[in-house]
Design a protein around this ligand. Structure first.
Ligand SMILES: NC(=O)c1ccc[n+]([C@@H]2O[C@H](COP(=O)([O-])OP(=O)(O)OC[C@H]3O[C@@H](n4cnc5c(N)ncnc54)[C@H](O)[C@@H]3O)[C@@H](O)[C@H]2O)c1
Length: 259
């Protein structure tokens, strides 16, 4: 498959490597600053991004750019009718808007705040763990994440997704709190905390804590390769699904729809 990469930073480079190792061709790499990108576009010029992708003849697009650019890229790229996988985080609160936009222009898009297979397994483990904990009111629950000091958003999209899985499986937590506390947390508040340090590719922990003990469930990414390979597989499945009619055009899909 001919793949266009929008955003040619740390993830873009890793995805190019993984895609080539799977036998795909990189049709174009689009970026606003990277000197080694094959198409350099002015920041904020999303039509230029779309033109570069269209003229490359790409059959699929993978977008890993910046939270400030992702909505502009999505709105310029979806009308091209080429399936798009978006890995950029920081736009969780705009999924409905993007879903409506996909329906209106007939574009097909798939997103996940974390493409690693291990994290998608973690979500299922958390679902079960929270259900097991539910009758034992002496256990409190919280979640924490740590990433490298270049990450632009916090908490991570993955931490927010973990929080949603916790809320969906307990009646005891109803509110996600990502800010600092100025008073004692209320029992129904779920604390989602973040640390930024060094080069950590991504660590997520859920704590179940009682007076007697702590249970910690941790996913620790070793490198970005797991995210990159997951994004390439997601694009393969999205394109095949559209071709063979298993997936519908004009929809926003998530990882759970594909795997
Ligand atoms: N979903 C996942 O599995 C996953 C995994 C890792 C990172 N991420 C997210 O992916 C995003 C990128 O991460 P990264 O580590 O590659 O960051 P990075 O800063 O190394 O690279 C981002 C690149 O995007 C470029 N860019 C900015 N605006 C652009 C635009 N309009 N068009 C094209 N390129 C543009 C920047 O110049 C930069 O080169 C972040 O939001 C990060 O949180 C997601």
């Amino acid at each position: 498959m001919k793949i266009a990469l929008v955003g040619y930073g740390k993830m873009g480079h890793m995805i190019a490597e993984c895609a080539r190792s799977c036998g795909h061709e990189i049709a174009v790499t689009v970026d606003v600053v990277a000197d080694d990108a094959s198409a350099k576009v002015p920041a904020g010029d999303y039509e230029a991004v779309a033109r570069a992708v269209k003229s490359s003849g790409a059959e699929g697009i993978i977008e890993f750019s910046h939270p400030s650019a992702v909505m502009g890229n999505i709105k310029a790229l979806l009308p091209l009718g080429i399936p798009v996988v978006v890995g950029t985080t920081g736009w969780n609160d705009r999924h409905q808007e993007v879903s409506d936009f996909a329906a209106s222009c007939g574009g097909t898009i798939m997103t996940s705040s974390n493409f690693s297979i291990g994290v998608n397994m973690l979500y299922k483990i958390i679902d079960e763990a929270v259900k097991i904990m539910e009758p034992f009111s002496e256990y409190d629950i919280s979640t924490w994440e740590m990433h490298h000091n270049q990450k632009a958003d916090s908490p991570s999209g993955t931490a927010l997704e973990i929080a949603k899985h916790i809320l969906a499986n307990t009646g005891r937590k109803t509110e996600i709190v990502t800010e600092e506390f100025h008073e004692k947390p209320k029992p129904e508040q779920l604390h989602v905390s973040s640390t930024r340090c060094g080069a950590v590719p991504g660590t997520h922990t859920v704590f179940f804590d009682s007076a007697a003990d702590t249970i910690e469930i941790t996913h620790r990414a070793r490198s970005r390769a797991g995210f990159a390979m997951g994004a390439v597989h997601a694009l393969e499945r999205l394109c095949n699904g559209v071709k063979n009619g298993n997936l519908v055009k004009g929809r926003l899909y998530g990882m759970s729809d594909l795997f």
